[in-house]
Design a protein around this ligand. Structure first.
Ligand SMILES: Cc1cc2nc3c(=O)[nH]c(=O)nc-3n(C[C@H](O)[C@H](O)[C@H](O)COP(=O)(O)O)c2cc1C
Length: 201
């Protein structure tokens, strides 16, 4: 199913096509494609080129890792994410490896890496659905995540499925139009709260 963004201004097709479905096809994601997705993440920019990200990946075939990641998700997310072929937890290193100072951009950089992975996925007909609804402490325990590393978000990767396969409330959300704030609300210049001049009011 497609759920293209109705944009105010023209953007690349990949940006229009990306969205966060909850219905998944059973089709597995091949190791070859997974390698390309994480290669895309690898080439994200990061503060000081620290690359402060790591990913714990569970495919359906690796039922042990998949089950452990699923067990960290809140029940709402488990209900739909269990049907995706791949579950991932994104983890950030909180301090710079070279001097131990706090890396205040670690989360930002990890998000950029997931964004690049998502764009690569979209180009290949795959979708990514990120989730804040998981328990980082359970993830630390389940995977013995090293000190100084923090689980940031979970996400699913897979091919789109049939929205009719979802239970009613989720089906409605799947089919609802996607919404965004107007650009004028968040692109500013001059002083805070003043829309940038190039944005139409
Ligand atoms: C960091 C982050 C956390 C999210 N957490 C959840 C979540 O726990 N459960 C869920 O169903 N969707 C979650 N989402 C998906 C958002 O609801 C979704 O991206 C947003 O509604 C915009 O829809 P779109 O991605 O289809 O454009 C999350 C997205 C992000 C980026």
């Amino acid at each position: 199913m497609k759920n293209q963004a109705q944009t105010e201004y023209p953007v690349q097709e990949l940006i229009r096509e990306r969205w966060s479905p909850r219905a998944w096809s059973e089709q597995a994601v091949s190791p070859e494609i997974l390698r390309s997705l994480f290669e895309a993440a690898r080439w994200a920019p990061s503060s000081n080129n620290e690359q402060p990200w790591a990913f714990v990946v569970g495919t359906k075939e690796d039922s042990e890792t998949f089950g452990k990641i699923l067990g960290t998700l809140v029940e709402f997310n488990q209900n739909w994410a269990k049907h995706a072929p791949v579950l991932v937890i994104a983890v950030s290193e909180l301090a710079f490896a070279r001097n131990g100072n706090l890396n205040r951009n670690a989360f930002y950089d990890t998000g950029a890496a997931v964004s690049q992975l998502t764009t690569e996925a979209t180009a290949r007909g795959l979708f990514v659905h990120q989730m804040a609804g998981f328990d980082p402490r359970k993830a630390i325990e389940a995977f013995q995540i090293a000190n100084g590393w923090e689980p940031i978000a979970a996400f699913t990767i897979g091919y789109p499925g049939d929205p009719q396969s979802l239970p009613q409330p989720l089906r409605d959300r799947e089919l609802a139009p996607r919404k965004r704030k107007p650009i004028a609300e968040f692109v500013m210049s001059g002083s805070w709260g003043h829309s940038a001049g190039f944005v139409k009011k």
